[in-house]
Design a protein around this ligand. Structure first.
Ligand code: 5GP
Ligand code: ZN
Length: 112
């Protein structure tokens, strides 16, 4: 399958991995928009939430991984933002579901 994030999960494309367990890989975004910008991806390929019905337990693993990483990095006090881009209007550019964890600077809202 020609999927960039599956290749990163397989190890055929390198990434700066910050967290890994049996279900989830997290690595630094190659083009960070904040001092901390990490992508959390399920190791099983699915495109977006609409594609997750038969694999929805993977969503729980992703959010558990984020919760643990956030605690380890002391982000509960500092604050952070989670983002899932989906589809054309949402400007999803990689068709393997991922959650952006963004922190390390004052964020503004609404996002553009
Ligand atoms: P999306 O726009 O699909 O929500 O997010 C995809 C993200 O993947 C972008 O923030 C982009 O910078 C990041 N990205 C694209 N290619 C690579 C890559 O080869 N390695 C890493 N670490 N991140 C990538
Ligand atoms: Zn994939």
């Amino acid at each position: 399958m020609d999927c960039l994030f599956c290749k990163i999960i397989e190890g055929s494309i390198p990434a700066d991995v910050v967290y890994e367990d049996d279900h989830v890989l997290a690595f630094k975004d190659i083009n960070p928009i904040s001092p901390l910008h990490v992508l959390f991806v399920p190791k099983v390929h699915f495109v977006d939430l609409s594609d997750s019905y038969e694999k929805e337990e993977e969503l729980l693993y992703v959010f558990k991984a984020i919760r643990n990483y956030v605690a380890e990095e002391n982000l509960n006090d500092k604050g952070y933002r989670l983002v899932i881009n989906a589809g054309e209007l949402g400007q999803q550019t990689v068709a393997h579901l991922h959650v952006h964890l963004i922190s390390g600077r004052q964020l503004s809202w609404p996002a553009g």
